[in-house]
Design a protein around this ligand. Sequence first.
Ligand code: MN
Length: 246
Amino acid sequence: MKPKDVNREKGKNKPLIGVLPLWDAQKESIWMLPDYMDALAQAGALPFILPLKAADDDVERLLGLCDGLLFTGGQDVAPAIYGMEDQTGKTEPAELRDSLEIRVLELALRRDMPLFGICRGLQFINAFLGGTLYQDLPTQHLSDTTHSQGRPYSQPVHRVELQGALKELLGRQTLQVNSLHHQAIKELAPELQTMALSEDGLIEAVCLPSKKFVWAVQWHPEFLFRTDESSRTLFSTFVSACKSSV
Ligand code: MN
């Protein structure tokens, strides 16, 4: 085989990962943080950004192209999704994202596709599966722990205590993480399992044991993977799960 062909063959083995688009409300436009794409690419995947607007049968077709899905960070999950109203007046919703992500998540779980959720992704998966959220931590869960840090985002600001499969994977009790959230899991969805707890008792990582690979974290490994081995392990474990479902 010529070197070019070898590369092409290698490329074919990369799992295709659909990345849920970010939404810029001011520009009324989808956008993407390169770090999400770079973190997946360095772990051996070929990520691509999904469209924000798609008819149901188009969502189905798009998911047929994906070996896995990344649920990205972003605006707040609409309280109606977890059966509540906006209690603090601080909810920043993104209806178009909610509308797409409900349909993507429903279908992806039915197909048992590998999923990884980050920040809003974790909150969305919890809300969708019947859990609830703190809508504004400074109002509803005041503590000394910094959950809403400034730059640089590659700087860890609080510790989490690891449990279950994540503790096993990383082979350690605790982890220093970054933190860019004003919401968090309040009641955990019945089917989800906690994999990390912050110093002030917030659930910062979960998995859905009834599925092949549904993991989510409250922190942002995409800002850490260049310097932090645990973040790289998270992405490579997700990408491996996507590979085995190719
Ligand atoms: Mn946090």
